[in-house]
Design a binder for this molecule. Sequence first.
Ligand SMILES: Cc1cc2nc3c(=O)[nH]c(=O)nc-3n(C[C@H](O)[C@H](O)[C@H](O)COP(=O)(O)O)c2cc1C
Length: 202
Amino acid sequence: MPTKQELHTFLRTRRSIRRFRPDSVPEAVIEEILATATFAPSAHNRQPWRFAVVTEPVVKTRLGQAVTGKMRADMQADGANQSDIEKRAATSLRRMDEAPVVIVLCRDKTDVRVDTVEEAAMGIQSTAAAGLQLLLAAHAEGLGGNWVCWALYAQEETRDALNLPETWEPQAFYFLGYPDEMPEMKNRKDLKSVILTVDDGR
Ligand SMILES: Cc1cc2nc3c(=O)[nH]c(=O)nc-3n(C[C@H](O)[C@H](O)[C@H](O)COP(=O)(O)O)c2cc1C
């Protein structure tokens, strides 16, 4: 059993990895990561997370085309110039192509209450908790990963490209693979600036 200091070090050494070696990731490793992800907490223990696993290049290409199609349309509607649009789309396609594993994290609408804003938020928070747990489990397996928000902007396109069930609402992509970079730790805000110790001295 690792010591608590080792566990803190483990949690603090996760990085967003955006460059991967081309090596494929064994199915058993992916399954182990997803199993650990499902140990996240969830509101009312509803476990609204769902995971679509994409490793086949042809499917990744289909997903990339669908997402960047929407990206292009959104950027055009925002008045972006054509060369910026093409550059952004090409980068996104390359990143999708290079990631050996793409996991689409979804919130299943049948497993959340959406009758109040608070309940809807709880469903999203619960799903996101599984996303973090997934990244940490990947880190435990010696894999790198990156949380990618594009799915949020292309929910329908993602669902269509992957034939996902109607009730699966894509929330995020996780690009996973064996790291081909070791980025420096991103700057963290000073701890004191994000904590307020509340005492009774009003
Ligand atoms: C909700 C969310 C959305 C993110 N979306 C993207 C994204 O679209 N593209 C990307 O490269 N990184 C994305 N990231 C990763 C962040 O950029 C990264 O976590 C942050 O810069 C801190 O770096 P670290 O993860 O290495 O500590 C996202 C992270 C979160 C939590």
